[in-house]
Design a binder for this molecule. Structure first.
Ligand code: SF4
Length: 190
């Protein structure tokens, strides 16, 4: 069992898969360690590799718009990735890279124990919710597994490529807020 500091140190020094060879730096998760919401994307991008912080590039600006639309900001959530190192050429992380790095996501989940896990994009959803997950058809739907409420929304980069997805993503973020309220109300019924 890690502490948050031990986990961060392990990630920044990790050489367990080939992604360590080309990265500038590993990108540990960041955010509120008491949050009810863990956002999980697939991998750090180029800007994240340069700065060592998740979602600092253009996709991060879209994420901020989505958070703001739901009355949230970065301090309200915890943001991480399936793999913590930038895949060269921005390719998708390979299944074996994802599996090797999952130990860190499992540790983050154990430390945070969030009631809600939100997958940002298809790859995270296929890893965490279902291998056949279709993001265009199933985004915004909820599933309850092993004590976690899980959903997926469009990856902010997909919204950058197709801004028409922004409104749907905002609605999905509203449903995250509704889920937070539902969980609160079930803990403290009137
Ligand atoms: S992607 Fe994960 S497992 Fe691979 S080197 Fe980076 S931190 Fe280690």
């Amino acid at each position: 069992m890690y502490t948050w500091d031990e986990l961060e140190r392990s990630i920044v020094n990790c050489g367990r898969c080939m992604l360590c060879k080309k990265r500038i730096q590993a990108v540990p998760g960041k955010g509120n360690h008491s949050s009810q919401i863990m956002l999980v994307a697939e991998a750090p991008g180029k800007q994240e590799d340069l700065q060592g912080i998740p979602f600092v590039g253009p996709a991060g600006k879209v994420l901020d718009i989505l958070l703001t639309s739901a009355g949230l900001n970065r301090k309200d959530v915890y943001i991480t990735n399936i793999v913590k190192c930038h895949p060269p050429g921005n390719r998708d992380p390979l299944p074996e890279e994802q599996e090797t790095c999952m130990q860190y996501l499992r540790a983050e989940t154990t430390l945070l124990h969030p009631p809600i896990i939100v997958c940002l994009g298809r790859i995270a959803a296929q890893k965490l919710i279902s291998p056949n997950f279709k993001i265009s058809r199933e985004h915004g739907m909820w599933t309850h597994r092993k004590g976690y409420w899980m959903t997926a929304v469009y990856h902010p980069s997909a919204i950058l490529r197709d801004p028409a997805k922004l409104e749907e993503a905002k609605q999905d973020f509203q449903s995250i807020i509704s889920k937070v309220r539902e969980i609160e109300e079930s803990k403290y019924p009137l």
